[in-house]
Ligand binder design. Sequence first.
Ligand code: IMP
Length: 201
Amino acid sequence: MDILIATRNNDKVREISEILDLPDTRFVGLDGFPDCPEAEETGRTFDDNAMIKASQAAYYSGLWSLADDSGLVIDALDGQPGILSARFAGPDYRDNWMKVLELMQQVPAEKRTARFICVLCLVGNNNRAFFTRGEIEGTITAEPRGSNGFGYDPIFLPTGFDRTFAELPPPEKNRISHRAQALKKMRALINGLAAPGSPKT
Ligand code: IMP
């Protein structure tokens, strides 16, 4: 079986296919489908946007397609940056976490709660959609710490850890992250769909 991962980022295709690690499944990226336009993330939720990306990829390819949408949800900022995480201040990671730290300058430690959320959507060839979700709770630090990872990693301290996502070694972050949790659930879901007797999409 072929599954299209709805991204042109080949690092993401490799990372997702390695974590899913499904036998008898070949993962391909959108690079093989130059006619598929860039999906417009016009949804109001992570679920909406993951489904927009997966449905469009399935439509153009005729393949089962998997897309993710993720971001950082901060309670003291009424859920911002949320679905706008990738472009909160602009395209630059540093600008984005600086904007968060600035907006939160006056927020006391006990009110700095936040979570990373990742939603995965798999669209089958009759357009039925399956979702999994991963979340990791934490707090926003007062200062950036660490140089690993990407995005908001330097300012996110996962609950139960004394190191930010950017201070953790990548394998440790990848074991606990919102993305890893959503992918583990997706792996189980795909295995269930492939099992004899399960309803086919
Ligand atoms: P997406 O590519 O539309 O899902 O946007 C995800 C954005 O959320 C990224 O550009 C990051 O800013 C942020 N984000 C998602 N996951 C992480 C993470 O694991 N670490 C840091 N930032 C993340």
